[in-house]
Write a protein of this length. Structure first.
Length: 512
């Protein structure tokens, strides 16, 4: 167990004690934990969502099970994001609302984790009487000890210490039973882009050793039936620097794992896209044909003020090289509009970049001033109105590009893993995500057909700037197509009048 966290060091490991009338009781230290319910709200990036998954997995060991009903909860947790003001204020609003619930429900425990808790945890605990504890992202593996402390009657506390070990070493901890898993391979960020709070909330960059990640992935595939993994980090392609290892080498090893079908990774920084990584996109069979590569701005002077360490020309050259080795690769990006004193000409340069880059999708935000960061110290003369106007204009501009781009998808056929279903204007539709990270919706053959986690082939029949509609061509069930071929079995039949077989002829189908 981590030390120096102000956590009790006595006998605090969980163990199942006995079966009580309401299920098993877990004993930790001198306390007994009957089955309880935890409600959790997560803000922010995929790292935070993955952290929440890890927290919930730990809490299961202490007899806490997740509920979607806030009123049923014994423990309420927030996993917060500090990257922009909007996520911040939503969280503060929801935390304030819990005051009443805490009053009416004796024994309710409330904790706040994540990036806001890392920098503001002590003030939060002071300011909000009904908050029991706060903890930063680097101590999530001690969640059970923190919950224990609260149940043991300790006074309110905030823990934001950094893990001081030289190596980042963990094992993925999931219990969700789904075929998709996130794997943390690097934490923290050393880039210090002038607008960004992440280095202050997530600390210094540290990578897991390559062999540890490969063993972790292998176990997930063998013992938990994982078919698709997403490697995670704030700057994932800077992976391995301190151990003289690289993301490209890691991807190469993962590509060899039998039973693993698809590998994604996010998020990348353009400065760290190496030629070796570009080559991997051309050669690795299981690597997703998608790269999220945040550019932030199309103006070199803005990129300089942002301390991004690359130019527009360098960025476009990366795209050209990637598209050369993998013509089907889909590029998405992040844009910040209205960065400190952005001129109209600088803004126009970003629009020009959108034309040149032809992004499949873009997340765009108005610049939000964050405490601690370098750009917070710059005098900013841009008004909120101009920033808002530019964001709206840019978003419309990008949507028009996407609309045109996606028309070319009509008639194309894709293999994808089905992730869920929903109702679209009263019609039940299932949806999956292609290797190139596009969502395609399709109508089931029969109302009650269940395609959850099936591999299916679809043909795109219409596309808007944000989504694709398709028709189902073939349903492989939960077994990916190459396994049907490996065992020499006949492929499942085509659905309805889908035309000729597509699995060999279709270039957009991932060759698994
Ligand atoms: N590590 C990733 C992304 C980090 S945060 C990267 O380097 O690209 C996700 C996105 O939030 C960023 O890409 C950026 O577009 C946006 N962002 C970060 N700080 C911001 C700020 N202060 N104001 C507005 N957007 C911000
Ligand atoms: Fe923030 Fe820049 Fe690090 Fe991304 S690379 S997390 S934008 S400091
Ligand atoms: Fe937000 Fe922290 Fe992620 S600030 S974007 S939750 S690393």
């Amino acid at each position: 167990m981590a030390t120096g966290l102000g956590i009790r060091q006595s006998e605090v490991h969980e163990r199942v004690l006995a079966n009580g009338p309401n299920g098993s009781i877990v004993k930790m230290g001198e306390l007994e934990f009957p089955p309880r319910k935890v409600w959790m709200k997560t803000f922010g990036c995929q790292m935070n969502y993955h952290d929440s998954e890890r927290i919930l997995s730990h809490l299961k060991d202490l007899n806490f099970f997740q509920t979607d009903e806030l009123n049923e909860a014994d423990l309420v947790l927030f996993n917060t994001c500090a990257v922009r003001d909007l996520a911040n204020s939503k969280f503060y609003g929801q935390l304030a609302e819990l005051k009443q619930l805490k009053k009416s429900k004796g024994g309710l425990v409330i904790g706040v984790g994540g990036c806001v808790a890392q920098t503001e945890g002590k003030e939060l605990v002071k300011r909000y009487q009904h908050l029991d504890f706060a903890f930063g992202p680097d101590v999530i593996d001690c969640i059970n000890d923190m919950v224990y402390r609260t149940y043991a009657g300790d006074s309110k506390f905030a823990i934001n210490s950094w893990d001081r070990s030289d190596n980042f070493s963990i094992e993925t901890k999931i219990t969700h039973g789904l075929p998709q898993a996130f794997i943390n391979i690097i934490k923290g960020c050393d880039k210090y882009c002038s607008y960004c709070i992440v280095p202050y909330t997530r600390g210094k960059e540290k990578s897991r050793k390559l062999q540890e990640v490969v063993t972790d992935a292998r176990k997930l595939v063998e013992y938990q039936g994982i078919q698709e993994i997403t490697l995670l980090g704030q700057n994932v392609n800077s992976y391995g620097k301190e151990n003289k290892e690289t993301l490209a080498a890691l991807l190469g090893e993962l590509d060899q794992i039998r039973g693993l079908e698809l590998i994604r990774y996010t998020t990348s920084h353009p400065y760290d896209v190496s030629d070796e990584l570009i080559a991997a996109h051309g050669s690795l069979k299981k690597l997703s044909k998608h790269l999220h590569l945040p550019v932030q701005s199309g103006s070199n002077s803005v990129l300089e003020r942002m301390l991004r360490e690359y130019s527009v020309e360098h960025y476009l050259n990366l795209l050209a090289k990637l598209r050369k080795v993998q013509p089907e690769i889909v590029i998405t990006t992040d844009i910040i509009v209205g960065f400190v004193n952005e001129t109209e000409a600088e803004f126009q340069d970003t629009l020009k970049l959108l034309d040149m880059a032809q992004f499949d999708f873009s997340y765009s935000y108005v610049y939000s001033q964050r405490n601690h960061t370098r750009s917070a110290k710059m005098d900013d003369t841009l008004t909120a109105e101009i920033k808002g106007e530019r964001l709206r204009y840019l978003q419309k501009y990008q949507l028009d590009i996407q609309q045109k781009l996606r028309q070319s998808l009509i008639g194309q056929r894709f293999l994808m893993l089905v992730e869920g279903h929903g109702n679209m204007r009263g019609i039940k539709k299932w949806r999956g995500r292609t290797s190139c990270n596009r969502i395609v919706h399709f109508i089931p053959q029969t109302e009650d057909a269940d395609y959850q986690w099936h591999w299916v082939e679809v043909e795109v029949t219409s596309a808007t700037s944000l989504s694709c509609q398709g028709k189902l061509l073939r349903d492989y069930g939960k077994r990916p197509p190459h396994l049907w071929r490996t065992y020499g079995e006949q492929l499942p039949p085509l659905v309805g009048d889908s035309g000729p077989a597509v699995d060999q002829s279709c270039p957009t189908i991932t060759p698994l």
